[in-house]
Design a protein around this ligand. Structure first.
Ligand code: ATP
Length: 717
């Protein structure tokens, strides 16, 4: 995947649609604080944030309080003076610039008449609509042509985008290329001509009627069940054809489904418009599915209808269009969605959190059962799974009358293709029990990770008060062992001291300030580097710094949200994440140069990101850091100089502390290496050839002292 980039005035993506690689460039907008509208794809060299569009639901702001980045070490770019002043404010630049370019984009008046390519000349009449990018007018033919429909129709829709507009920095809008690739696709308006007239890029296409948003709005903001079922069936047929051509739409919502022109034979026919966020799910040359990735600060789409995966910055695939369709249908039926009404800086984050927290039962309360079934099916799809469109369509088959003339929306697509395949009698009973991809709830799950590892002498202290910590450390030093890992549970420290760290000297500090910069910088000057850290619930932080590490430079950041953007920036500078923790809702991330890793990726989610971790493992990455606050868990996975495939890693998810599992492992001569309580930071590193990370989402579920003592007895006898 190409790197993420930020910028100002480029939004739509001028890529060669035959080149799947180029399709991956997207706007960078901090997800957790992103507002309402969307980012669009962009040009490879100087991509820019995609500003908000029409903004139904409002536009969000970006804010990041109290975020500090410090850098230190003996590496080439060490500049402590600069570092001290370096208060990073991430993200709000983009939104400010968005406002600027919107102003700029609307400078010149639209022409009275237009003619592009070999089109007839059209006179601009009333405005049909306006988006964040284009203005759409009725064009009435004044010279040339003769038809009532088609390429020289009497009335067409003209979509105008100013050459200085957000999507045109690199030439014609990206959407043009998608239309070229998809023209004639079932359910899309035909585009007949495109070209530049004066300051405007102009698409000449079929004139359509009102959008589903308009229809919903003029029908007391709710649509009858039968109509929504027909919309479900027809939109699935359209998406099936769209997906068959290798694209995902990326912005499914009521505003982007239009009916045919009123009073015409097509007034009950559904169309899908606005291809500016479309991207490829299939590589044209290889025919393979595009690669999975997660870039947590990338957001594409419309906040209200976006899939959870889109919120979390995962590469778009067919499942995302279907999840957005599910939200669209439920919105049309019920008139609102539970995540409407959020405002403020972190609207996008709150909406995503609410989507995750709303069960299908709750979301589809009072909806006929097919809607819930549909939602459940599409939110449990794998990244590269081929949707079973027939089965999805068949869910709704009993919701509308058999007489075609009485149906509120035509379902030609389903009937035409479906009859051939016997779709409407599709066997729903072959439903296999599916493995859920979104696992657990954020309050009751343990996650255990096993990694093979060389045994080494270690000592463990649990339930350590601030005062006792010093004694343990001194004793360890006398015995030649150093702290390799620290954690906190209920404001007590857990410390692992290890003979195999390679450290030559070590210092630590407990401070009421989370990662106190004065002390850290003092130690950096003496060539100590942060080797472990933990934040307690009371806000105290324990930082351990060591000499004898391979690191040559280090940087850390304290942030209110998971600072992916900063991590991404630091990756490009050669730093990799070497420690991570949280204290309350603050994240503390430490990145170092010259660690033993080669590359890293992030998995960030509200629940355990099972699929993402599996995909990363398949690509040779292994979990090397994990931390969580009450909302989210973050995993850093690293590829190391040693081939990562050489050592296995697996996770276990249980609702109780996995003592039985650990016992079984012990019998098989596999030993616990570390225990990590994610919700809330409890890390133990124990001797053995296996590494166990136990993550507990709820403090109440942390292992009792007794079970830990039993575990330790088991380990060390
Ligand atoms: N072919 C058409 N016929 C009639 N109306 C249209 C047509 N295409 C678009 N419109 C109207 O114009 C509006 C804006 O169009 P469109 O969504 O393509 O613009 P956009 O600038 O790309 O929007 P967005 O900000 O959502 O990306 C649509 O919501 C619709 O109401």
């Amino acid at each position: 995947m190409p790197d993420l980039r930020r910028g100002v005035r480029q939004s739509k993506k001028p890529v060669n649609v035959d080149n799947a690689d180029a399709d991956a460039d997207v706007i960078v907008v901090p997800t957790a604080r992103r507002g309402t509208r969307r980012g669009k794809a962009q040009a490879p060299k100087a991509p820019m944030p995609r500003p908000a569009g029409r903004g139904r639901g409002g536009r969000g702001m970006v804010n990041q309080n109290n975020n500090v980045e410090l850098i230190g070490g003996r590496g080439p770019q060490l500049n402590l003076d600069v570092a001290l002043r370096d208060q990073l404010v991430v993200g709000n630049v983009a939104e400010n610039l968005v406002a600027d370019c919107e102003e700029e984009g609307s400078t010149s008046p639209v022409p009275e008449r237009v003619q592009v390519g070999n089109s007839p000349t059209y006179m601009l009449e009333r405005k049909l609509g306006k988006g964040g990018f284009g203005q759409v007018y009725v064009g009435r033919r004044v010279t040339g042509g003769s038809g009532n429909t088609g390429p020289d129709a009497l009335e067409v829709a003209l979509k105008l985008e100013h050459r200085n507009g957000k999507g045109c920095n690199y030439g014609p809008p990206y959407e043009w290329q998608v239309y070229s690739a998809l023209n004639g696709c079932y359910g899309l308006p035909m585009v007949y001509h495109k070209g530049r007239h004066g300051d405007y890029y102009i698409l000449v296409m079929d004139k359509l009627g009102p959008s589903l948003w308009d229809v919903w709005n003029s029908s007391n903001q709710t649509l009858p069940e039968e109509m929504v079922a027909c919309i479900a069936v027809e939109s699935l047929s359209i998406l099936e054809q769209f997906h068959l051509r290798g694209f995902v739409h990326g912005d499914i919502k009521p505003e982007n489904f239009l009916l045919g022109p009123p009073g015409t034979a097509n007034e009950k026919k559904l169309y899908l418009v606005d291809l500016g966020l479309a991207s490829k799910w299939r590589d044209t040359s290889s025919g393979n599915h595009v690669d999975y990735d997660q870039k947590p600060d990338v957001f594409r789409g419309t906040v209200r209808y976006a899939s959870v995966h889109a919120h979390l910055g995962r590469t778009g695939s067919r499942r995302d269009d279907l999840e957005s369709l599910a939200y669209t249908l439920i919105f049309l039926l019920k008139g609102k969605l539970p995540w409407q009404g959020f405002t403020g800086d972190n609207k996008g984050f709150l909406v995503c959190k609410k989507k995750m927290a709303t069960s299908p039962d709750n979301l589809c309360y009072f909806c006929p059962s097919p809607f819930k079934q549909f939602l459940e099916m599409v939110t449990n799809m794998r990244f590269d799974e081929e949707p079973n469109y027939s089965k999805l369509i068949a869910l709704f088959e009993n919701c509308f009358v058999s007489s075609a003339s009485l149906r509120p929306i035509r379902i030609d697509g389903a009937l035409k293709v479906g009859q051939k395949r016997g779709r409407m009698i599709s066997n729903l009973e072959d439903t296999q029990p599916r493995k859920k991809l979104r696992l657990g709830t954020p309050t009751n799950q343990w996650i255990t990770v096993y990694t093979s590892r060389t045994p080494m002498k270690q000592r463990y202290h649990y339930n350590v008060t601030d005062a006792r910590l010093h004694q343990h450390v001194e004793q360890g030093k006398n015995d030649g062992i150093y702290i390799s890992s620290v954690a906190s549970a209920k404001n007590f420290w857990a410390v692992i001291m290890d003979a195999g760290t390679g450290f030559t000297s070590q210092v630590h500090e407990i401070s009421p300030v989370f990662l106190r910069k004065e002390w850290i910088m003092e130690q950096w000057e003496k060539n100590y580097y942060i080797t472990s850290l933990a934040g307690a619930q009371n806000g105290n932080a324990l930082v351990v710094m060591s000499r004898g590490t391979p690191y040559t430079q280090q940087s850390y950041k304290v942030s209110d949200v998971f600072p992916f953007k900063w991590i991404n920036k630091k990756w490009k500078e050669g730093f990799l994440v070497t420690s991570m923790t949280t204290a309350g809702n603050k994240w503390g991330i430490v990145m170092s140069r010259d660690s033993s890793y080669t590359t890293q990726v992030v998995e960030l989610d509200f629940l355990y990101p099972s699929e993402g971790i599996h995909r990363r493992w398949e690509n040779g990455y292994r979990i090397t850091s994990a931390a969580a606050n009450e909302d989210q868990a973050a995993f850093i996975l690293s590829a190391s100089k040693r081939r990562s495939q050489d050592f296995a890693q697996e996770t276990l998810r249980t609702t109780d502390f996995p003592s039985t599992h650990v016992k079984i492992r012990k019998m098989g001569k596999e030993f616990v290496h570390s225990i990590h309580m994610l919700w809330k930071n409890y890390v133990l590193k124990l001797a053995g050839s296996y590494w166990v990370v136990v993550d507990c989402i709820d403090l109440a579920l942390r292992p009792s002292e007794k079970s830990l003592q039993n575990l330790l007895k088991m380990m060390f006898v």
